[in-house]
Design a protein around this ligand. Structure first.
Ligand code: FMN
Length: 118
């Protein structure tokens, strides 16, 4: 049994092609792996905040030395990292916006990539 995390990053919903593709992938995958569990992480319709100075200051403090202020700086990041590590397989649905990935997906990656964590 694998845990599969589907990450959707389009800012469109019903009209999104990338969402249709991740859905199609899920349907096909489930047919072959019926016991696998799927979770969705939304980073397009719900914006993930960009990292900021408080986040950076917090990320470089060891967990045991973090103040409450530090802790609040990485709270969302901790939650996203925990979710990410709980999964085995990742399916990423993304448009291309101006030769790059959507800003929500970039913010998600920035929140995930942490010293001593990932
Ligand atoms: C603001 C914007 C910028 C885009 N920039 C590019 C681009 O640089 N290169 C490209 O091939 N397609 C580009 N596209 C096309 C999208 O990648 C394409 O429409 C894709 O299907 C969008 O994903 P979605 O259907 O899941 O919303 C752009 C679309 C939008 C709305």
């Amino acid at each position: 049994m694998n845990k599969v995390l589907i990450i959707n990053s389009s800012v469109r919903n019903e009209k999104s092609h990338s969402r249709k593709l991740t859905q199609l992938f899920e349907e096909n995958w489930k047919a072959k792996n019926p016991s696998d569990i799927f979770t969705y992480r939304e980073v397009g319709l719900k914006q993930i905040p960009a990292i900021n100075e408080k986040w950076i200051a917090s990320a470089f403090v060891k967990p045991e030395n973090r103040t409450e202020e530090n802790q609040s700086g990485v709270e969302l990041s901790d939650k996203l990292i925990k979710e990410f590590k709980e999964h085995d397989i990742y399916i990423l649905g993304t448009p291309m916006y101006n030769w790059s990935i959507p800003s929500g997906l970039k913010s998600y990656i920035d929140q995930l990539m942490r010293i001593n964590e990932t």
